[in-house]
Write a protein that binds this ligand. Structure first.
Ligand code: MN
Length: 377
């Protein structure tokens, strides 16, 4: 660990040494959050590397694979995952490996004797004490880091039967996390070039195909119907969305952003007991995290309701006791109105435009207030 920090041991050697020290000990890669292509690709690669060093490794998840495309990936690549309900299900494991995160799944209590073994991640650096840590925020994907270990000779893809499964998962992870390589760094390209030779092109094509579920299209339809456009900004409320369809809010934002005259899109709905929304932008002047904090503010503990990276962001605002309301239509109208009036802080014309489209509503105008704000960030 110390040597690693000082840069005297390459990550690839560090992981190899750490794995040799736990040979035979049952290990679990527990995916944090809903499994996505980068976490799945990294988990498969970790499992493959463990196999090479005689470490039995199981991939597990708590939250379901919710995105349709990701379910296709799991199915087409035959990814075997253990569905965990509680910490007790992990009693058989001695070590925990985290991929694409440095935080263990927060919805369950981990067994006290489950030791953290490794963290491979490309998000924010974190203070972690375990046998192997490799966190590189400049990488576009954790899958790139695993591909790099393999390219450097750690369980190289050249040596294995069925390499295409791991390679295809890694390439799909890199492709997804780098927005189809738009955000890829030189290191991501090098990693992708290595795994590319072993991928199954047909499977990759099938998992990469944009698909919409029937309910996803319904959400999209409602968004297009309710969309309010102000110059290059669009907001669309989609009403109630089931927990299983929550990804439809994000895919709907992605879809609407393709409209040529728009550069920023916000889609929101009610999912279970919260307002759930998704922001997409191509605008050089809109920074999603700043935009969402300005619009929705912070909760009582000072945590912003929303966050994001350069081109996308999301927000969740708990509805509290209001969520128990029996009158779904009334609750939706309140939510719709609140989001709109909050948005008026950064897009002042939004209320006027909404009233133009909904002449039956008699909203109030706050010209002076609205004009004080500009939507530049
Ligand atoms: Mn990632």
């Amino acid at each position: 660990m110390v040597a690693l920090l000082m840069g005297t041991i390459a990550p690839r050697q560090g992981l190899e040494a750490a794995l040799k020290s736990i040979a035979g000990a049952p290990t679990v890669v527990l995916i944090t959050g809903h499994p996505d292509p980068d976490s799945l690709g990294s988990a498969l690669a970790h499992q493959r590397i463990c196999q090479e060093y005689g470490v039995p490794c199981t991939i597990a998840n708590v939250l379901p694979v919710s995105h349709r495309q990701n379910r296709a990936m799991v199915k087409l690549l035959n990814i075997d995952m253990m569905q965990v309900q509680s910490g007790d299900d992990l009693a058989q494991f001695k070590y925990l490996s985290l991929v694409d995160t440095s935080t263990p799944e927060p919805t369950i209590d981990l067994p006290a004797d489950l030791k953290l073994f490794s963290v491979v991640d490309h998000h924010k650096p974190a203070e972690i004490d375990c046998p192997f840590v490799d966190i590189r925020p400049h990488m576009g994907a954790s899958s790139s880091m695993y591909a790099e270990y393999m390219a450097q000779g750690l369980a190289p893809l050249e040596n294995i039967m069925g390499a295409s499964r791991v390679a295809t998962a890694l390439l799909f992870g890199i492709q997804t996390d780098t927005n189809d390589y738009q955000l890829a760094t030189a290191a991501d390209f090098a990693a992708a070039a290595y795994v590319r030779k072993f991928t199954d092109t047909d499977v990759l094509k099938r998992v990469s195909r944009r698909v919409y579920s029937a309910s996803g299209m319904t959400v999209l339809g409602r968004a297009l119907e309710n969309m309010v456009v102000v110059r290059d900004f669009a907001v669309a409320g989609v009403g109630y969305v089931t927990a299983g369809d929550r990804d439809a809010i994000a895919t709907t934002s992605d879809f609407i952003l393709q409209r040529e005259d728009l550069d920023t899109v916000l889609v929101f709905g009610i999912v279970e007991d919260r307002i759930d929304g998704s922001l997409r932008t191509d605008s050089p002047s809109v920074e999603p995290a700043t935009f969402l904090t300005t619009v929705f503010g912070k909760d009582r503990s000072g945590k912003p309701y929303g966050g994001g990276r350069a081109d996308k962001g999301g927000f969740q605002i708990p509805l509290g006791v209001l969520a128990e309301s029996e009158d779904r239509e009334a609750l939706w109208n309140i939510v719709d109105q609140i989001v709109r009036s909050r948005l008026a802080k950064v897009v002042p014309e939004i209320e006027r435009e909404y009233e133009r489209q909904h002449p039956e509503t008699n909203g109030h105008h706050h010209e002076e207030t609205r004009d004080r704000f500009s939507r530049e960030f």
